[in-house]
Design a protein around this ligand. Structure first.
Ligand SMILES: [Ca+2]
Ligand SMILES: [Ca+2]
Length: 495
């Protein structure tokens, strides 16, 4: 991969700085680090095909289980198939009914019906020409499994929007078998005249997560009887949760059923919202009364007085170098054990990819995994849980690789790597293995240029990531801090 050496160097530097920061933090207070930290993933990107998706990649999907084809959505209205042999052929072109002039307009999302192998149905979300509506439709494949029928369109929803931004566009099946879809607020503008309040308005589907039943394919959809606003006067029964601005990407943890909604912010904060699997819906995520955890300074007139009960995000990052979150997935594949349980996300402007992982105590830790990625616009997940990444301006489809070599069942005593000499009064921590010393200094501080594990190499590999970096009691990298950014106009830019 290009820049691999740079990544390696950066990685070593980051690993070193992370280790040092965590140890200093541990020395500075007696807070116990969270238990059982996992190794920090060491990811890289591998190009899946030489083909460049010139329209810009907006979604990546797979069809039925066992089908090795990848379906890549291009913003201007095409879906391409990447075949297992690397060939790329066109599956569908519906650019004739799509407006893709604005950065955020176009063909934005794709999901195949759960029974695609039997019925050949799939769903797309696009920005409708003329009306500018968020259009959600079903299409069918033809007798040729590599060609869909552009004349097979059946509309589920055509949702009026106010402006040329904030459409959402993602789909996912929930663990309950229902189809969930994200719809942006059409720019609930917090600039004068402060009128648009779609996200808090239950009479519109804009600014919401929707939940429908598509098991009866004789009709476009039905409403699950336990949707939270069924029977509520004036409310749209398809709404599952609300108070979202531009939920461009969301996903379910395929192990736990928890839902992660990455909501693109406007002025200050990019956020990750969380819904536990046991939820019965109806969550309000706050926009436009709140942006991130903050009360919005200029909410639409009357809409946020009094302020609603709203759920803050589980994680937010600011706009220093960043502009638009691209939510991803909690990794549950089998190929890369070190990635297990990490939620990968990116910023489409900064070009960084981070992991969000549980700190074991109810909090979340964000760790920078990769930087200098051109316009990461969407993640994809195949049936095995392996992850992909699409570039908007690059038009490149990547496979996400994790490079930590398998651990050859080390003996239990061979775990420590970097040694902290705690103050005598300190409660010994799991990382304190050596003689107590007078001062909490970090010993064995390899220079970034030196072999990173020069002092102790318990594992056979000299690869730096095998050294079990210490638990990140604090985020090792705050998004926006110290990163080298490449500024690009954002596919999902906030305004
Ligand atoms: Ca998707
Ligand atoms: Ca929010």
């Amino acid at each position: 991969m290009p820049r691999k050496n740079l990544f390696t160097t950066l990685w070593i530097t980051i690993l070193f700085l992370s280790a040092a920061a965590a140890l200093v933090a541990a020395a500075a207070n007696s807070t116990q680090p969270s238990a059982a930290p996992a190794a920090t993933p060491n990811i890289s990107l591998e190009q899946v095909t030489d083909h460049i998706f010139v329209g810009g990649i907006t979604d990546i999907a797979v069809a039925a289980p066992g089908d090795e084809r990848l379906f890549v959505v291009e913003k201007q209205g095409q879906i391409q198939i990447v075949h297992p042999n690397g060939d790329v052929t066109q599956f569908l072109d519906i650019s004739d009914r799509i407006v893709s002039f604005g950065f955020q307009q176009g063909l934005l999302g794709l999901i195949f019906h759960a029974d695609y192998a039997q019925n050949g149905y799939f769903y797309v979300h696009y920005t409708q020409e003329i009306s500018g509506n968020s259009q959600i439709s079903r299409f069918s494949v033809t007798a040729n499994p590599n060609v869909a029928d552009p004349n097979s369109e059946l509309s589920l929803f055509s949702i009026p929007q106010n402006w040329i931004e904030n459409y959402g566009g993602d789909f996912n099946y929930g663990p309950d078998g229902y189809l969930y879809m994200a719809v942006g607020d059409g720019k609930t503008d917090s600039y004068p005249p402060y009128e648009n309040n779609n996200s808090q308005d239950l009479s519109t589907l804009a600014g919401k997560i929707l939940r429908v039943d598509v098991s009866n394919t004789a009709v476009p959809y039905t409403i699950p009887p336990d949707n939270p606003f069924v029977g509520v006067p004036g409310a749209q029964p398809a709404i599952w949760s609300y108070g979202l601005r531009n939920p461009w990407r969301f996903s379910f943890d395929r192990l736990t059923g928890d839902m992660f909604i990455a909501d693109v912010g406007q002025d200050e904060w990019e956020e990750v919202n969380f819904q536990p699997a046991a939820s019965s819906g109806g969550e309000n995520y706050g926009w436009p009364c709140f942006e991130g955890e903050d009360v919005h300074p200029f909410p639409p007139t009357g809409a946020c007085d009094p302020l609603p009960d709203a759920l803050p995000p589980i994680f937010q990052y600011d706009h220093s170098g960043n502009c638009a979150i691209t939510g991803g997935y909690i990794y549950r594949g089998s190929q890369y054990p070190v990635l297990q349980g990490h939620y990968l996300y990116a910023d489409s402007c900064a070009g960084n990819i981070w992991s969000l992982s549980s700190d074991g105590g109810g909090g979340w830790v964000s760790t920078l995994l990769l930087e200098d990625v051109s316009s990461p616009s969407t993640f994809g997940e195949d049936h095995n849980g392996e992850l992909y990444l699409g570039g908007f301006f690059s038009g490149i489809l990547f496979r996400i690789i994790e490079n930590t070599p398998p651990t050859p069942t080390p003996t239990a005593s061979h775990t420590p790597t970097i040694t902290l000499t705690p103050t005598p009064s300190q409660t010994p921590t799991a990382t304190s293995t050596n003689t107590p010393g007078p001062s909490p200094t970090i010993t064995n501080t390899p220079l970034p240029s030196a072999t990173p594990t020069a002092t102790k190499t318990p594992l056979p590999s000299a690869t730096p990531t095998a050294t079990n970096p210490p638990p990140s009691a604090t985020p090792t990298t705050t998004p926006g801090d110290e990163d080298v950014f490449i500024f690009l106009p954002a596919v999902l830019k906030q305004e």
